[in-house]
Design a protein around this ligand. Structure first.
Ligand code: PMP
Length: 345
């Protein structure tokens, strides 16, 4: 098993007793008097700490991801989980590898704990050569390899055979598969958690479930790894309202497939329109598309019309990442772009 950093290794997990009680005087909790009338939720007890282990929510998350509750640790968004894991395994001098460009926060979390972020270059069309990452990992011996699949911001989807190759060939690093956008593509590595002890999959309710505001993410791994890293889990990290809202959402999960399909359809429509407007559009497995625009300063010009997109500068070339909106939002975006290009609407 890949070891936590020594200062984390000696920690003991914080467990909260789950015993029946008639009087609870063990956690210095106050009484709820401000929110009595505000939330009409069964058994709403904001005066008590939430279930630190998110037991009931984990059962529901496990059913959706086809694993068991004991394979899951919940977090305050997957952001918290990614940061916690990097910080738990890495101390100053340890390396973390990932393809670049990828999700910018990986580097920030490394900086926060003194780890060195080492990038493996992607190809000029933003596809990823897995050999490059594997060879890099052999040379650099990183504590952690992170693969964002589909990749933010480029949208690149790593073929399953490459994911498996990474897991087969890099055994001495923890492999984090960040699947924040996997609901929008075809594949997931969750079914591999019991085959690879060093695999951790990160999922989130922020994208395909449209619940970014409730901050709920899940770390999914084999039971031993989950138990092991429980040492570094922050007690009560997921508040009562988030646990409640996430459970309600998962009760309606049969609606997710329809939403996901509609985003995928809108993504292809939007990609088609932008290609016709001479944008370079990179294939995407996420709820966004990564483009090169024929309009200079597109980001700034759209901002002036109240349309927000993202701008990236790679080696002096400007790219944009555009979230797939609703049909109406996409139409507004396209009309503004057409206006900027002098194309009739
Ligand atoms: N991973 C990736 C690749 C992301 O793009 C994001 C959000 N932008 C996250 C993780 C974090 O998501 P959250 O904390 O909302 O679960």
């Amino acid at each position: 098993m890949i070891k936590l950093k020594p200062s984390a290794e000696k920690l003991r997990a914080y467990f909260v007793n789950d015993v029946p009680y008639s009087v609870k005087l063990d956690a210095n909790e106050g009484s709820n008097y401000l929110l009595n009338d505000v939330f009409k939720i069964d058994n709403f007890m904001p005066d008590l700490y939430p279930d630190s282990d998110s037991r009931s929510l984990r059962e529901k998350v496990a059913a959706y991801y086809r694993c068991e509750a004991k394979n899951i640790m919940m977090g305050n968004g997957s952001s918290e989980l990614i940061n916690t894991v990097i910080n738990a395994y890495c101390e100053k001098g340890d390396k973390v590898m990932s393809f670049v460009p990828s999700f910018s926060m990986y580097r920030t979390y490394c900086d926060l704990c003194g780890a060195e972020y080492v990038g493996a270059e992607t190809e000029s069309d933003f596809t990823q050569d897995m050999d490059r990452l594997i060879l890099g990992a052999r040379e650099q011996n990183p504590k952690i390899v992170i693969l964002c699949n589909p990749n933010n911001p480029t949208g690149y989807v790593t073929p399953r055979k490459d994911v498996v190759r990474l897991l087969e060939e890099v055994e001495n690093s923890l492999i984090i598969l960040d699947e924040a956008y996997a609901d929008f593509s075809e594949d997931s590595a969750i079914d591999l958690i019991n085959s690879y002890e060093n695999l951790i999959v990160m999922r989130t309710l922020s994208k395909a479930f449209g619940l970014a505001g409730i901050r709920v993410g899940a770390l999914i791994a084999n039971v031993e790894t989950v138990k092991y890293i429980w040492k570094v889990k922050i007690p009560y990290n997921l508040n009562i309202l988030s646990q409640y809202a996430a459970e309600q959402a998962l009760n309606n999960i049969d609606r997710a497939a329809g939403y996901i399909n509609s985003v995928r359809k809108l993504r292809e429509e939007l990609s088609g329109v932008l290609k016709n407007l001479n944008f370079t559009v990179y294939p995407s497995g996420g709820n966004f598309i990564f483009v090169r625009s024929p309009v200079d300063n597109l980001f700034e010009k759209l901002m002036d019309c109240g349309v927000l997109i993202r701008k990236f500068d790679y080696e002096g070339v400007i790219y944009n990442r555009i979230t797939v909106g609703t049909k109406e939002e996409n139409e507004i975006l396209i009309n503004e772009i057409k206006k900027l290009m002098g194309v009739s609407i």
